[in-house]
Write a protein that binds this ligand. Structure first.
Ligand SMILES: [Zn+2]
Ligand SMILES: [Zn+2]
Length: 159
């Protein structure tokens, strides 16, 4: 955050505090003026606090305006935060689908029997046609290898 943003934030913070205070003060002034005006009308006196009315209303307008301005960023970032989880949720919903497709592609890999050439399941240990072992073990390091491997992919021994 740079200094300009900090200053901006400080102004907004002040507005958020001062705005409501000004608005409430304006409301109080307006009520005083209002009550005094009608109170003086009923007993035919002269309204002495009628000026409060004219002070109060602009204060309410200014206070509300300041508050709205002060909360502008919150309102904007709130609506942004509201949208962000929607994107995240969509991402979470898409992810298993993508994974399922990836798994399907991986599972579509078949083991070709080195003896008879027939296709076997990816996780098959023996050929379903001829019974030949589909899993080779490296004679040097004992690593599990594909049946058609020419070299051990762990230690490089030629098979
Ligand atoms: Zn076979
Ligand atoms: Zn090996």
């Amino acid at each position: 955050m740079n200094d300009k943003d900090k200053k901006h934030l400080a102004i907004k913070k002040t507005l958020k505090i001062v705005g409501p205070i000004v608005a409430i003060a304006g409301l109080v002034f307006a009520i005083i003026g209002f009550v005094d005006f009608f109170g003086s009308m009923s007993d035919f006196g002269r309204p002495t606090k009628f000026w409060c009315f004219f002070v109060g209303f602009p204060l309410i307008a200014v206070g509300v305006g300041m508050t709205a301005w002060g909360f502008q960023r919150e309102i904007a970032s709130y609506s942004m935060r509201e949208n962000a989880p929607v994107f995240n949720e969509a991402g979470k919903k898409i992810q298993p689908g993508v994974r399922a497709i990836a798994d399907a592609v991986k599972n579509s890999d078949v083991r070709i029997c080195p003896s008879c050439g027939s296709e076997n399941d990816n996780d098959a240990a023996f050929c379903k046609k001829c019974g030949a072992s589909l899993v080779k073990k490296c004679p040097s390091c004992g690593a599990d290898l594909d049946a058609d491997a020419q070299f051990c992919d762990k230690c490089g021994t030629k098979l």
